[in-house]
Design a protein around this ligand. Structure first.
Ligand code: CUA
Length: 167
């Protein structure tokens, strides 16, 4: 088989570019352990309860200072565990006053889920083994639906909750 000189050059250039690209990606992912910024802290997905933030009694909404809140959530197929209310029923709505600062801390026990509060800037990927954190200021009153935007199985569409921001 005869290859034209320029064909050879481009072939070598293409393969070399691919090799270099994979090398850089591999170096960043496996050697440096690079992850999206919210995923700095790791957690054992088989035992999320061992982490202070994800103990059953610490799930859900907590006011940490005046107008400052933390919400701890454990995602799993196909549910967001936001703790239980005083009647021992699972919480499905997070209620915060308008203007409050809310830090969402989410992890997952099983597969990759999404955590998006539609209508706000909260949109995170939730990966097993990592804690996803995002703080936001609830500027507008209203009801915002929390949806899973990573396909996680047959019950994917059943994963939702509500954030209610009241005046
Ligand atoms: Cu959880 Cu899709």
């Amino acid at each position: 088989m005869h290859l034209h000189k320029y064909e050879k050059i481009w072939l070598v250039f293409g393969l070399a570019s691919l090799a270099l690209f994979l090398l850089i990606i591999g170096f960043a992912a496996f050697w440096k352990g690079t992850h999206p910024q919210s995923h700095i802290e790791t957690i054992d997905p088989q035992n999320v309860e061992a982490h202070e933030s994800f103990k059953p009694e610490n799930l859900g909404l907590q006011e940490v200072a005046d107008g400052k809140y933390i919400v701890n959530i454990v995602a799993s197929a196909f549910n967001y565990d936001i703790g239980n209310d005083e009647n021992d029923k699972p919480v499905k709505t997070i209620r915060v006053p308008k203007g409050s600062t809310v830090l969402f801390q989410v992890t997952t026990k099983d597969v990759v889920h999404g955590f998006q509060v539609a209508g706000t800037n909260v949109n995170m990927m939730v990966e097993p083994g990592h804690i996803s954190r995002l703080e936001t200021v609830m500027k507008n009153a209203g009801e915002f639906t929390v949806v899973c935007n990573e396909y996680c199985g047959v019950g994917h569409h059943q994963m939702f909750a509500t954030v209610e921001v009241y005046d």
